[in-house]
Design a protein around this ligand. Structure first.
Ligand code: C5P
Length: 238
């Protein structure tokens, strides 16, 4: 069992700014972290990030950057001054891309943690093979995770099922962020393989990302509080 604390991140996957701000208003006091993804970032941009951070939330900007090293480094540099605490990049962009992104982040936004995305969970063995990757998804995840850590990355996004392996293989202080989490009794939506918050925490997650179980709940603040409580209780069992 891992000794990591585990915190909740809300995936703010809503189509419209005002309803998102209203939701966050409801959740203030029950939540510390918010994930802003491509949907909202591309529609509302950096001002929206500032607005959410201005409400007191820490921002995980999920842009999954993947391009040539110079372009990714410049993109990271463009976030200078924006209140972003975590940002995703694709590890399959390779060592140089990750190293250049880390250097840029260190210069532009030293408190921001870069998280590496390994294999998208939407890709199975066949889909990977079609892209020329003959390894199993599990072994490709391990390979990319080790490459990321060798390149200096301190955090990764992974599926809950990958937590035990990555906790065994990676340096113990690696931050592991996992979506695909569902409190007991919640709909899995289209997520294929889910874990409860407590099991994810006990399996070594540093953060869990939860969207619809909170956003679609009749009482989002209570849903978020219950998840936080489950994580706190799991911590007591580590
Ligand atoms: O609503 P739900 O809790 O399923 O939201 C999960 C969030 O995590 C979404 O923003 C989704 O894009 C993201 N995500 C995921 N599965 C992955 C990677 C990211 O669900 N493998």
């Amino acid at each position: 069992m891992s000794k990591h604390d585990c915190k909740l991140i809300l995936a703010l996957d809503l189509p419209e700014r005002l309803s998102a701000l209203k939701m966050l208003d409801t959740l203030s006091g029950s939540l510390e972290w918010v994930k802003i993804g491509l949907q909202m970032y591309l529609r509302y941009g950096a001002d929206f990030v500032r607005e959410v951070a201005g409400m007191g939330f820490k921002i995980f900007l999920d842009l999954k950057l993947h391009d040539i090293p110079n372009t990714v480094a410049s993109a990271v540099d463009s976030l200078q001054g924006l209140p972003v605490s975590m940002l995703t990049i694709h590890t399959c962009g390779g060592r140089e891309m990750m190293e250049r992104a880390l250097k840029s982040a260190g210069d532009a936004n030293p408190d921001m943690l870069l998280l590496g995305v390994t294999v998208l969970t939407s890709l199975n063995a066949q889909a990977l093979a079609e892209t020329g990757v003959g390894r199993s998804p599990e072994s490709q995840v391990s390979l990319l995770a080790r490459l990321a850590c060798d390149s200096g990355m301190k955090g990764l996004v992974c599926s809950p099922l990958e937590l035990p392996v990555l906790r065994r293989e990676l340096p113990p202080d690696t931050v592991l962020v996992t979506p695909g989490v569902r409190p007991q009794g919640c709909s899995a939506d289209e997520q294929k393989r889910v874990m409860t918050p407590a099991v994810a925490a006990l399996s070594g997650a540093s953060f869990i990302v939860v969207g619809r179980p909170i956003l679609k709940s009749g009482n989002p603040a209570e849903a978020a509080k219950n998840i936080a409580l489950e994580l706190e209780t799991a911590k007591g069992n580590l």
